[in-house]
Design a protein around this ligand. Structure first.
Ligand SMILES: Cc1cc2nc3c(=O)[nH]c(=O)nc-3n(C[C@H](O)[C@H](O)[C@H](O)COP(=O)(O)OP(=O)(O)OC[C@H]3O[C@@H](n4cnc5c(N)ncnc54)[C@H](O)[C@@H]3O)c2cc1C
Length: 442
């Protein structure tokens, strides 16, 4: 490493759809961040690189990783506020706040995601029907921008840039620290209840009904073949109301390492799904679960992703209104019959909020599909893309690395234009650029 702590390395997007050799820099002091930012015309920020799409790097940009900025800068227990540096991971954050029976509930599903990455993606957790996205917990942000320097952002200061930065996929500069408003959490244990369902319609009814009282409601549905499409389980997590002592969350080494030979195919998915449902029948409908299992469901189950092999997978996450969901699913099934896609995961949850700029947020139902990365599946996905306009669907650009600029334009409409205009007004040189922002001409 040189004096700017700069290194070259080959990097992959989390879904393995894209890889390049990049230069990245890991400053350990704010002064160095300033200096490094002036060594390259184009820059982009990178956290733990757990975005499914290539959002934290590009051929032309120097990637700035602020993992060394991981301190808790200020904590006010009475006011329930905390200021942390953006390189802090979620598990490190929680290991501090949960000790005080405080947290933020909008936690994306993997513990080594950074605070900066979660804010730049406007991440949401399983309780997004109830708690919305992380935007709701952010009080202020300290941003460093190559030409504008240090900026305090909040509802009262630089409001426009505050708004652009949350969910702004790292294009407004480097988020250096974030102040959150914390919520009380009585215990870090959950009670999980589950119910079997036979269709997407039944799942929807339970989600809408049950989102009201449970902390988290979400589903696991089959999509391995047409005859059992939609069969599945609706889960409901409640916080255990008994006050209990917090136990430190254990940090494990990241286990993401794709298998040489992919393991997911129609046959294996069918077997695993059938076994999963059978096992479900044999187990109790109510059980106690620990915090990590509920909040970070893939932690310790990384083989789910490793099974896709080196070619990886594509995730599609879509926001569809409650009224249009059943008709959309009918068309989805018609296309499914024709193209027979290989889908490893299908899930539904309720989402709340307001769609603005590039944020994946709305008062809609959030559908998630994971596809094996094959030509046939890509063709099927392109047919589904064509339904976005008809059903007023918003896709996630954090998850789906395949989205084209036409699809983005059609689905985000004037919010995309507004985002681009505001961003250009703030930064005429458009310094911060990623592979995705280049592809989508943002
Ligand atoms: C297993 C798994 C489960 C997930 N579950 C969820 C979920 O439930 N809900 C959800 O919303 N998301 C989920 N995600 C996606 C994840 O929350 C986002 O992709 C998040 O941005 C990743 O954070 P990161 O630290 O890895 O950032 P990276 O992937 O490195 O970067 C993501 C974006 O943030 C920007 N960025 C990173 N750090 C900074 C910074 N300091 N300043 C400015 N910009 C910055 C980057 O430029 C990039 O645009 C999941 C991902 C995985 C792998």
């Amino acid at each position: 490493m040189n004096k700017y702590l700069t290194e070259n390395k080959k990097i992959f997007s989390f879904d393995k759809s894209f890889s390049i050799n990049i230069t990245f820099s890991q400053p350990d002091k704010y002064k160095l961040l300033e200096k490094i930012s002036h060594t390259s015309d184009n820059l982009i920020n990178i956290g733990s690189n757990l975005s499914y799409s290539p959002l934290g790097f590009s051929r032309e940009s120097l990637s700035i990783n602020i993992k060394n900025f991981d301190r808790i800068l200020h904590f006010d227990k009475r006011e329930k506020t905390i200021t942390v540096e953006a390189g802090l991971t979620l598990i490190e954050f929680l290991n501090f706040t949960l000790k005080h029976n405080l947290w933020i509930p909008q936690l994306p599903g993997y513990p080594t995601i950074t605070i900066g990455g979660a804010v730049a993606a406007n991440a949401h957790g399983k309780s997004c029907g109830k708690h919305g996205t992380i935007r709701k917990s952010i009080k202020s942000i300290l941003l460093f921008h190559k030409t504008h320097g240090w900026l305090n952002l909040s509802e009262d200061k630089n409001k426009e840039i505050f708004d652009l930065t949350i969910g702004g996929i790292g294009l407004t500069g480097t988020i250096v620290s974030v102040t959150f408003e914390l919520m009380e959490i009585k215990s870090s244990k959950f009670i999980t209840k589950k119910k079997e369902v036979n269709s997407v319609e039944d799942s929807l009814k339970l989600i809408l009904d049950e989102s009201k009282d449970a902390s988290y409601t979400y589903t696991w549905n089959r999509a391995d073949n047409l005859s059992n499409f939609g069969k599945g389980i609706v889960y409901k997590n409640y916080l255990d109301q008994n006050l209990n002592n917090f136990e430190k969350l254990k940090e494990e080494k990241n286990q993401f390492k794709p298998f040489i030979f992919p393991m997911w195919n129609k046959f294996s998915i069918n077997i695993i799904n059938s076994l999963y449902l059978k096992l479900n029948k044999l187990t109790k409908s109510e059980k106690n679960e620990n915090f990590l299992n509920v909040i970070f469901p893939f932690y310790g189950k990384e083989n789910y992703f490793n099974f896709f092999g080196k070619k990886g997978f594509i995730e599609s996450q879509l926001l569809v209104s409650e009224e249009k969901l059943n008709s959309f699913i009918e068309e989805f099934k018609n296309l499914f019959e024709k193209f027979e896609p290989t889908i490893t995961l299908f899930s539904l949850k309720n989402m709340s909020g307001k769609q603005k700029f590039l944020r994946f947020e709305d008062n809609k139902i959030c559908l998630t599909f994971d596809y094996v990365n094959t030509k046939k599946n890509l063709l099927f996905m392109s047919k589904i893309d064509n339904l976005y306009n008809k059903y007023n669907i918003t896709p996630s650009i954090i998850k789906d690395s395949r989205i084209s600029k036409e699809i983005l334009r059609k689905s985000y409409n004037e919010e995309l234009t507004r985002f681009k205009d505001e961003l250009f007004k703030f930064d005429k040189k458009r310094i911060y650029q990623s592979e995705i922002s280049n592809r989508l001409e943002i």
